[in-house]
Every structure is written in C-alpha cells, then in structure tokens.
Design a protein around this ligand. Structure first.
Ligand code: ADP
Length: 623
C-alpha cells in the first residue's frame, strides 16, 4: 500500500490557507487583528533604530557636531521609548487573545460537531476525521495552529521592504577612482555577482529546510497511524476505568507492541529516527551552514566598500544590519510559504470535517406550547435503515400514541426499540413513511422546538463530571428546590441527604478527587431526575431500571404514576413484569410491530411473541 502523501500545488495550498485564515477571523476577529498589528510593529520598528544609530556613528566619525549629536540622541531616545511603549501595549492586546488561540481552534471544531446532523455525529467517519485532526496537531503541530505562519510571511515581507530601502545605497554608492584595484567594486558585473550570490544563498537555505519539512507531509499517513496507536494504547495503563482489566488480562503487553515496538514509527529504529539520521538531518544542517555563509559574504562586501572609501564607518553598521534583515526577510518568506504549503494537506483534513453537510430538512414551524399537553404522535408506515447499511431495522411501523397514556415497548435485543425512539426524537429521519405531530410531518417543525417536547433517558445516557445539581438542572443556574424534589422522586433522596456538599457535589473524580463515584444504579436515578426536571410532555425511558437493584426497581415502579404524572410516557424494557402497569404494550420483532394491546390481551394470545417472551422470563420466577 502506498501510504505516502504529496504536496498540494502552490495555488491550491495558498487557497486552503486563505480559507483557514478567514475561518479563524470569523470566529475571533480581534485575535487575528491584534496579532497582525503586533507582527507589523515588530517587523518595521527595528529599522528606525538601525537608521538612527547609523546617523550617530556617522556624525561621531565625521564632523562631530555636538548640537546635532545631542538632537540625534534625543530623537533616538524618544523614538525608542515610543517603540517600546507601543510594543508593550500591542503585546498586551495580543496576549489577551493569544491565550484563546487554543480555545478558538477547539471551539471551531466543537461548534461544527454541535451544529451537525445527529446522523453525522454518530458516523464513525466523522470521528476518524476528528482523530486525524487531533493527531496531526499533537504529533507535528499541523493544522489550524500552524495557519498563523502567515504572520511570519507578512513579517518577512515587511522586513524585506524595510531592509531593501536601507540597502539600496550600498550598491549605488561608488568607490572613489583613487581606490586602485578596489574600484572593481563599482563594476556593474561585480554588483550583480554579489547580489546574485546573496539571493542564491538566501533562497537555498529555506529551500533546504522546507525540503526537510516535506518529509513530514510524505510520511503523514504513517505518522497518523502511529499517533493513533499511541493515543489509544499509550495511555491504557494510566486510565482509572481500565486499571483493573489491564492488570488482570496483562493488557500492557498489547500496548507495548503498538507503542514501543522496534519498528514503531517513533522508536529509535523507526521511520522518524531514520529520517532524522539521514536526509532530514542533512538538509537541516546544510540549511544552517549556508545561512552562515551569507553573513560572511555580506560583511566582506560592506567592509571592502567602506575600506575603499565608498561610505563612512557609520554606514557599515547600517548596511550590515539591514542587509541581514533583507536576508532574514527572504528566507522567512520562503520558509513561511513552504511551511504553509506543507500545512495545506493537514488543513484539507480539517475542511473535510468542516464541510460535512447538514442534509436533514430544517423546518420552521413552532411547536405550540400547550398547557393541556395535547400532543398526538403518529408513525405512518415508517421504515428505516441506518446510513450506509442495506438492512431495514424498522419495517412499516404504524402506531399512534394516546395522549397521557403509558406505552411500553418490548422485544428482543436488536428488534429496533431504541431505533424507534431515535426516530421519534428526530435524531434520524425515516427512510420511508412519516412521523406526524398533531397531524403535521415532524420535519416541518423547528428542530430545537420539537426536541423540547421530549425528555429521554437513553440506555447509554451520560452524566457529566460536573456538580450533581448542574447535571440534573442542565445549567449553572437552576431551581435548587425543584432539582432536590426530582432527585427525591427518582429515589436519590436518601443518598443526597448523606452528601455533605449536597447538590454541589462533583460527580466522578475527573475534575476533583473529592468528587463522588457514582454506581450504575445511582447514575440511572440521577438521569431519571434530569428527565423529570426537564418536564417535557413526552417522557421516554429506555431500560430505566436496568442497573437498579430489585428493591430500588420496585420503588421506582410503585411511584411510576407519580413520576410520570400527566405526561405521555414511553417505556422500553426487557423485564416484562414491569410493563404490566402500562396502558398499552407494543411488541417489536425484527423491526416490525407484531402485537399491540394491554398485558392481559397480549398474554391471552398463546401463539403471540409476547406470550413467548413472558413465559421465557416467568419460568425462572414460578419454578
Ligand atoms: P434494540 O433497542 O431493540 O435492542 P436497536 O434499535 O438498538 O435494537 O437496534 C436495531 C438494529 O439496528 C440492530 O441490528 C443494531 O445492530 C442496528 N443498529 C443500531 N444502531 C446502529 C447504528 N448506529 N448503525 C448501524 N446499525 C445500527
């Protein structure tokens, strides 16, 4: 497999960089402006010092006019003070936003994730792209952080302009005819030769260094894989949740294979080390050597001209300093442009992620806030298959929910119960058929508005390592009394009463070691409280008591009517005994609703799926 990558053509590479700059600017304009101004100031101001000190040296070496000297010193002092003062202000302004560069980069990626259709957030390809973006950034500093190289480019351009302005007279000032052999320095061919040599060296140094950088691009795919191994396996031993399994099954041996093996990309015998011992090392050394040569030629030429009498001693400092700046400008320009070109393929990965389309139709109808909670939902001939899959996991589902009723959804694993809920909450749209809310296709409603009528405890719900109250209330400012009441209703009251920090207690130990560890059952109660706090007309519970002990489970059921109140409840469960209290039971089998009715109606059908499922469980209790 050829897993090396190629550079993009210059035009395309610069286009990608420009798009990235615009994206960063849109996200945080002040950050870009403050940094730009800082770069411009840094690039331009050194010439003021170079010019003024040349004038002072010239005056000292020449007529030595005291009055003029004092004036020059004052101008130098005042301008230096102004330069330093403005620089300090610009640094402060830039630093305010500098700290937010990381936030900005991460913010752009996170915002995209939040704005994305759920279908895409659930797609493994999206997460693969995100992982690559993260590995490129941590592995080689590639990606959005590297876009700021354009500042180097601008800085280099300004340096170049300033340097050239102060250097022109080095080549135009003539050596007097009395200088003998040295008057050859006036010859146009001589001047061309010196300029040619300088340009060649200035050009060749960054080209060599960029060539070294090209190897990062060439081996980006291999480095990506190695980084991925490292991220996944390198930290296995340090993760609290894996600690027991890693020890019992000696999984560290596995991680060693992926991370420290002899042929690993990063190991001493790996690709990276070989490149650095070989071509990359040589290119970098050659680049540094060539730069030193440049300084030698500059000093040689300037000193010879001064010695021959072309200009005074003051001008030597000006020319030497400003021509070095010209050289720095040219190499900075080439090196920044080369770096931006190298970065372009990594930016392409970011744009592949940013360009993931939102193809779900976004309606604009508002969902009427009804006090009477008279919402009626109907599934009309709904079929569904997951994106990229051939198989229909729901087939021709027809169902209408009676308002205020309790519907139980039962069926074997994989029969489509959770998928049914995901469609109801419009996390996915049906492949065929439609879902209606009060007679209108749910796609026509404003998405966020529609989501507001549901509160759900998914099977794989997730609590955040934040404070208990914030988890239930869903925000920093929440109604403390209501949160406490919901926790009590969900069966968490006793535990809450024993918590010294109460609602302020951090869940888990991710944020602070004083946080509390939460068992599966406790987590389920907190998730249930969160659902109650949202107080939406539809309450959906996917296996809400799976992690509860039998006593806690019985407690939840005994209070189920109180918990659900006048809401429409949809309740998924494997434990059929717990569905008896529901008004209606829908039996799913292989993606279809095969039976519907009350517990006693369904049990009466001895050939039905419900009867089979019921007896499969009942035998353990009745034997
Ligand atoms: P249940 O909740 O009844 O256990 P699910 O609705 O979770 O069933 O799953 C129904 C089928 O859909 C299963 O075969 C499952 O493998 C498949 N499935 C679930 N989620 C996805 C997904 N994100 N992508 C592809 N297939 C999925």
């Amino acid at each position: 497999m050829n897993n090396t990558r190629k550079l993009l053509p210059w035009r395309e590479a610069m286009k990608v960089n420009w798009r990235a700059i615009k994206m960063l600017y849109q996200y945080n304009p002040q950050m870009i402006l403050s940094r730009l101004l800082f770069v411009a100031w840094e690039a331009f101001t050194p010439y003021i010092g170079i010019y003024l000190s040349a004038l002072i040296v010239e005056e000292l070496a020449g007529s030595g006019d005291a009055e003029r000297l004092i004036r020059l010193v004052w101008i130098t002092l005042i301008s230096s003070a102004v330069i330093v003062l403005v620089r300090a202000l610009l640094t402060k302004w830039r630093d305010v936003y500098n700290y937010s560069v990381h936030l900005c980069v991460e913010g752009i990626l996170a915002k995209k994730m939040l704005d994305m259709d759920f279908v895409s957030t659930d797609d493994p390809r999206t997460h693969e792209l995100l992982a690559r973006i993260s590995h490129n950034a941590t592995g080689g500093g590639w990606g959005l952080n590297r876009v700021f190289q354009y500042e180097e480019l601008i800085g280099a351009l300004l340096k170049l302009c300033g340097g050239i302005t102060l250097t022109v007279t080095l080549f135009t000032s003539r050596v007097p005819d009395t200088a003998g052999n040295l008057s050859i320095l006036n010859h146009p061919l001589m001047i061309l030769l010196v300029i040619g040599m300088m340009l060649f060296i200035t050009y060749i140094a960054p080209v060599l260094s960029n060539k070294a950088g090209n190897y990062s691009v060439k081996y980006a795919a291999q480095q990506d894989v190695a980084n991925r191994h490292f991220t996944h396996y390198g930290y296995l031993g340090g993760k609290r949740e894996f600690a027991a399994d890693v020890r019992i099954y000696r999984q560290y041996a596995l991680s060693e294979k992926y991370c420290t093996g002899k042929n690993n990309f990063f190991s001493s015998q790996g690709v990276l080390a070989k490149l650095n011992r070989g071509p990359v090392g040589l290119l970098k050394a050659a680049s540094a050597g060539v730069s030193v040569l440049f300084t030698g030629i500059v000093y040689g030429f300037v000193c010879m001209k001064a010695y021959a009498g072309a200009f005074g001693i003051g001008a030597v400092t000006q020319y030497a300093a400003s021509i070095v700046k010209v050289s720095e400008g040219v190499s900075g320009l080439i090196s920044a442009a080369g770096d931006m070109r190298n970065n372009a393929i990594f930016l392409e990965v970011i744009f592949e992620y940013m360009d993931i389309p939102n193809s779900m139709y976004q309606g604009s109808l508002t969902v009427e806030k009804r006090r009477d909670r008279e919402y009626e939902v109907e599934f009309k001939n709904v079929s569904f298959r997951y994106p990229g899959s051939e198989n229909f996991v729901l087939k021709h589902v027809n169902m209408k929910f009676k308002i205020g009723s309790k519907l139980a959804v039962v069926g074997m694993n994989g029969s489509g119960k959770t998928t049914f809920i995901k469609l109801l909450c419009r996390l996915y749209d049906p492949t065929e058929g439609e879902i209606l809310l009060n007679g209108i296709d749910i796609r026509k409603y404003n998405y966020l508005d529609y989501m507001n009528i549901f509160s759900v405890v998914f099977q794989d719900f997730c609590l955040l390592p934040l404070k208990l109250g914030e988890n239930v209330g869903g925000k920093i400012e929440y109604d403390r009394e209501l949160v406490t009441e919901c926790l009590k209703k969900a069966g968490y009251g006793e535990r809450l009463a024993n918590m010294s920090e109460g609602l302020e207690t951090y869940l888990y130990k991710d944020y602070t070691w004083e946080g509390t560890d939460v068992s599966g059952g406790e987590a389920q109660k907190i998730a249930l409280a969160r659902t109650l706090y949202k107080d939406a007309p539809f309450m959906i519970l996917d296996e809400p008591t799976a992690a509860l002990d039998p006593i806690a489970e019985a407690e939840v059921y005994s209070k189920f009517n109180e918990i659900v109140g006048d809401k429409t409840a949809i309740y998924i469960s494997h434990r059929l005994s717990s569905c008896k209290f529901c008004d209606e039971i829908a039996v799913f089998h292989e993606g279809a609703v095969v039976q519907m009715g009350t517990h006693s109606q369904l049990l009466a059908d001895e050939k039905g799926k419900y009867y089979e499922l019921w007896n499969a469980q009942a035998q353990y209790y009745t034997a």
